[in-house]
Design a binder for this molecule. Sequence first.
Ligand code: ADP
Length: 482
Amino acid sequence: MPKEDLVLLALADEQIQRLFERALAAADYRVAIASDSSALDRVLQEATPALVILSQDFSGADGVTVAAGLLERFPTLPVLLFLPQDSPEVVRKALHAGISDCLFSPLKVDDIMQAVENSIRRANRLGDWTRREVRRTTASLQQRVDELQKFDTILNHIEDGVIIVDEQMDILLINPAARRAFGIWKDESLVGKPVLEIITHPELRALVTGGLSKVSPHHEIMFEDGRALSAQYTLIPKVGAAITMQDITYLKQIDRLKNEFVSTVSHDLRSPLTAILGYVDLLERVGPINDQQREFVKRVQVSVQSITSLVNDLLELGRIEAGLDTQRELVPLEGIIRYTLENASGQIVEKRLDVAMDLPENVPPLRGNPIRLRQLLDNLVGNAIKYTPDGGKVRIEVEQQNEQVILRVEDSGPGIPPADQPHIFEKFYRASNVPKGVGGSGLGLAIVKSIVDNHRGRIWVESVVGQGTTFTVVLPLGAEQK
Ligand code: ADP
């Protein structure tokens, strides 16, 4: 141990003081002396003693109280208390106040040196430990700060807009891509502001305020300047929520080009198909054909008819997607549901299906395109009937919730495997569950989805393999043209 450590003596009795001085000097300690409390303060300010030795009665004050005051200011400074005689009561108080050790008269040099060295060693150990802990904590804090900075850099550079809000919907974080999406170029800090102050787009507001909570979390948001964003709202426990936005404008453009191409081809296919059908019909009239030829003619007719219906579906889809159906009128849902069921009554009877309809009496008519809404129901109910095995159940349910109508078409059919569910609204997609011999083009649900989009509605599927499928459509009562 380096013996140049400084020991500060604050002792009332001069004789005792000299005894300590001699013992400490013999062991190579440096010594400072304070005869009253102002001298004590001065030494403590000017030097850093390794130890203070204080007498119980110091400059008219109680040594334990003085020591307690010192320890409050210098918590790691070891303090030894000298008592004229052993007093368990004072020792108890002293140890309680945090004093390292007590010495009593009669004093022996060995006892003094042992108490001094023990106190200093203990204080050094405590000091080392504290320094190590501080270093460790600082290092881990630095690591956290580095990680946060990295996280910050990533958020600032990604192309996706990210807004994090707290449970009161006030902004905790907004990255530059989100600022750009809302046209906020100013440098002003938005942290702490209500998020609804910057989100003015009605659909995005509905997404954030939970107006669309029953709907799937993904939303395509179209801006008037032609931009399309795919927005997502995710609850974050104990924080609030995250709103993430991805720019999908270019995907929409590609989609539009593809649709235009498909529409053109479908349109151009229609005339030759009509010609083929016409000439096949004429074949029998222009001369006799044998039975086998008649059978072949029939097969050609069936095939051409199926291509024609596919081409018609594609043209329909093109028309709906292009938003050409501007016609809007008040459509009573009950009427079109009954119409759909009447049309399908042959199949319902043939398959012995149990079809139920749950429609509250006072659901107001909704503003929409009657032809398209009928098509929507035909396709959804048609699928339920087509895919549900004989003797199964189909249920059509309508419910009004505020300004929207919820339509559910539920069946006890084979269900759609989870892996297929995200794709069933895509064009030409037929899931792996389609039983052998059940026909279809894979366009029905794509048409349904376009009609729903066109009416500013939402559609999603819930399905369990082996149990059945439910399609839910939410349509605003006053659906305006998109
Ligand atoms: P399709 O002409 O094949 O019926 P759709 O676009 O109408 O095409 O449907 C896409 C796919 O979704 C179907 O091929 C089928 O796999 C699945 N599907 C749709 N409705 C149902 C249903 N009610 N039950 C089970 N599967 C269904």
